[in-house]
Structures are given as C-alpha cells and as structure tokens.
Design a protein around this ligand. Structure first.
Ligand SMILES: C[S@@+](CC[C@H](N)C(=O)[O-])C[C@H]1O[C@@H](n2cnc3c(N)ncnc32)[C@H](O)[C@@H]1O
Length: 397
C-alpha cells in the first residue's frame, strides 16, 4: 500500500491542473471542502478499475464489454498503473468476468478529470440508428431561419426523418423546430411546403441578420437566409437621398437592410402576397423604418404604371425564376436620366454568367433603354448542381 502523504494533499499539490493531470488522488485524503474545490476543478470521485500498464488495453476492452467504462472522464496513469473511470461499482458477476480476463486488477474509488465536453454532430448522434451508407447522406449543414432549421431529406432516408429532426435539435440546443422540405418553391408567391419533423409545431420565427429583425412565416412567405450577405452588399452601394423600388420585396429583407444603413433614402417595397405585406409592415415597424419604407400590396406591373413611371433611382429585382419578364417594368420605373438595377436570374452550365448577361442586355434594349454598363456580375448562390442564382448590378440610361 502507498504511503499517505503528510498534511493536506491539496495544499501540497496546490491544485494546479498541470500537476494533477495524469494522477489520481485516493479519496480518503480529501476533506469536504477539498471535495467541493475538486468539483469546481472538474475532478470527480468515480469508481475505478486499476491495472498494471501492460493490461491497460485488455482492461479497456473488458470494461467496454461490460458497459461500465465512464467516457465522460479521462483515463489516467501513475507509476506503471492505468486507472479507468467506471459508471458504478461492478457487480459480483461483473467482477468474476473481469477476473477471467485480467490477471491483476484493483477496484477502488479515485478522482478523475472530466473529458472536455465535445459538441456532438448530428451524424455522431445518429451513428447507432442509421446505417453508415445512409448516414453519409445526411447534410452536414443546413439553413436556419431564426430558431428553425430546414433540411432536405432524400427518399432513402425518409423513414429516419423524425430521428434526424431530434438529432438536429440535440446537436443545436438553440433551435426549436426542424422543417423538412416537402417540395420545391412554387407559385406566384414563391412558397415551399414543409413538414414539421421535430420540436415545436410552428413555422413562424424571428430571424436576425446584420442587426435587422425579420418576422417570417415560412409556410406563407418566401425567405432565404442564404442571401444575407448579398443584401448587405447591395445596401452598401446605395447613395444618399435615392428613391428605390424593391419590386419583389417579400417580408422586406433587402429593403430593411438598405434602410438601416441609409437614413436619407425612400424605399417603395412591393409584393403581390398579402401575407408577405403583413409581415413586411410588422418588420418595418419593429425595425423603426416607417419614415423610410412604404409597403405596397399588388402586382408590381400595375403599381409601377399607376405610381412610379420615371420616378426611381434604383430597382431591386429578386424574383430569379421570372424577373426577366419584369425588366421592361423596371426600365419604365427608372428616372429619364437612368439609374441602377440589381437583377437576379437562375442560369446553369459553364456559360451561366454570359447567358444571364445577354438575357438582361436584350431585355433592356427591348424596353428602349441603354445598358451603360454592368458593374458586377456573379454567382450569388448555388441552386442545384451546376445551376446558380446570378446577380447583375447594372447602370441603365
Ligand atoms: C423570390 S421572392 C423574394 C422576396 C424577397 N425579396 C427576399 O429576398 O426574401 C419573390 C417575391 O415576389 C413576389 N411576387 C411575385 N410576383 C410578383 C408580382 N408580379 N408583383 C409583386 N410581387 C410579386 C412573391 O410574392 C415573392 O414574395
């Protein structure tokens, strides 16, 4: 038996984790206060299986087989001995089985250092439930809107969708709901169907981007969190006292980011979806933008004809599936001396940028305007393999 150290073991070791690392302290050396300090230092008394160093591997295997190895604590070594933390004291039967596998061992109680808490990934949580080949198909990342995660689940994986949803919530405690995509974005309002697979039964949330508050109901309005950077980029291009038309405003993410950065501008934000306009009005109010943004419900073609011909400095056209149809309307809205257009469209293949540029140029010319120049053209986001949402910033006179 080892000699008991003189005095208080804590005083002699001064509780320096670098000293204590890889050592175990017999529990009987500790007083109650010492134990409290030990806890705070992340050392805990656990049942222990100790073996000579050469039996270390065998002891780990045996304790895993018996399901008694406590992986929340670190295995330690001292003077040729290995110390394994255990969940509990082994039963008589378990002790008998240890004896049959290990020629020498001791069962004691020792102090062990906690394993640093590691964040589990969704795939790690599902490792035991989902076959390895299917596990690979679970997306490593997914968009989140406020406290809602949105996931696309393949047909092969669909029988595991509830477990996947739960695992997403476990791995991301700040999320409250998981929605599974149940179809593509469709219709004039550009809405997607979702199935709630885990968490609270709701599709309404509050999303925050670049300091803006955006109330959204994902089942009733379009919203894409992946465009946050694009919206911010555009907001930086706006100049003082501009009059802006957001032709397809949705709940207002472009308008609100622009208005937040530019106090002297006026934005007319149009959408044909009445629910989007409801949320847009709420977002205007909550972001205190009533003096800068006016929400207008209706078809932008009519709205421009009725109110905005020749009145606008800058037009936003985020309707990538169909905005080509409205280039003529955007041109009509621009002031006589011209202005800026931010145009978006889907395009695929290696010549996606050229296709978008030519499409835009032809439509501007058809509208009787001149394309002065394209200041930037880029792939804003991937929408499918080899397909992108292309963004064009253009000067039109
Ligand atoms: C792709 S979403 C973009 C929404 C928003 N700009 C954003 O980034 O989240 C297109 C929006 O255009 C609206 N929309 C479609 N056709 C329209 C039209 N003719 N006039 C006005 N809005 C329209 C839809 O209701 C939808 O909210």
């Amino acid at each position: 038996m080892e000699a008991k150290p003189e005095g208080n073991i804590l005083q002699s070791w001064k509780f320096n984790p670098t000293t204590i690392e890889n050592m175990t302290i017999p529990i009987e050396y500790l007083g109650r206060d010492d134990e409290r300090i030990m806890k705070e230092c992340e050392y805990m008394k656990r049942h222990c299986l100790s073996v000579p160093k050469n039996l270390g591997e065998k002891a780990v295997t045996a304790s895993i087989k018996l399901e008694i190895l406590d992986r929340d604590y670190q295995i330690s070594r001292k003077k040729g001995e290995i110390f394994l933390p255990l969940f509990r004291k082994p039963t008589q039967e378990e002790t008998r089985r240890l004896r049959s596998e290990l020629t020498a061992f001791k069962l004691t109680e020792e102090l062990f250092k906690r394993e640093p808490k590691q964040k589990s990934t969704v795939r790690q949580i599902l490792k035991e439930m989902v076959p390895p080949k299917l596990l690979e198909e679970i997306p490593k990342s997914m968009p989140t809107v406020g406290d809602i995660a949105i996931i696309e689940i393949s047909n092969e994986l669909s029988s595991y969708d509830k477990q996947i949803g739960k695992a997403i919530l476990m791995a991301n405690p700040s999320l409250k709901t998981v929605l599974k995509k149940a179809g593509s974005v469709h219709g004039t309002h550009r809405i997607r169907d979702f199935e709630i697979i885990a968490g609270e039964s709701r599709t309404v949330t509050i999303h925050r981007e670049y300091g803006c508050i955006l109330n959204v109901d994902l089942s009733k309005v379009y919203f894409n969190p992946r465009l946050a950077y694009e919206r911010n980029r555009v907001s930086r291009l706006v100049e003082k006292r501009e009059t802006i038309l957001d032709m397809f405003a949705g709940v207002g993410p472009f308008s609100i980011q622009i208005a937040r950065r530019n106090e002297t501008i006026k934005i007319f934000a149009v959408d044909i979806n009445p629910v989007a306009i409801e949320y847009l009005n709420r977002n205007i109010e909550e972001n205190r933008m009533k003096d800068r943004i006016v929400a207008i419900e209706g078809d932008v073609e009519n709205i421009v004809q009725q109110r905005f011909e020749g009145k606008i400095d800058r037009v936003l056209m985020n309707l990538p599936g169909n905005s080509v149809r409205y280039i003529g309307t955007a041109c009509k809205a621009l002031k006589r001396r011209g202005g800026k257009i931010h145009y978006y469209q889907f395009a695929e293949g290696s010549d996606a940028l050229e296709v978008a540029e030519q499409t835009f140029k032809r439509a501007v010319e058809k509208a009787g305007r001149k394309l002065e120049g394209i200041t930037t053209i880029r792939r804003v986001t991937a929408t499918a393999p080899r397909e992108w949402q292309i963004g064009i910033d253009a000067r039109v006179s």
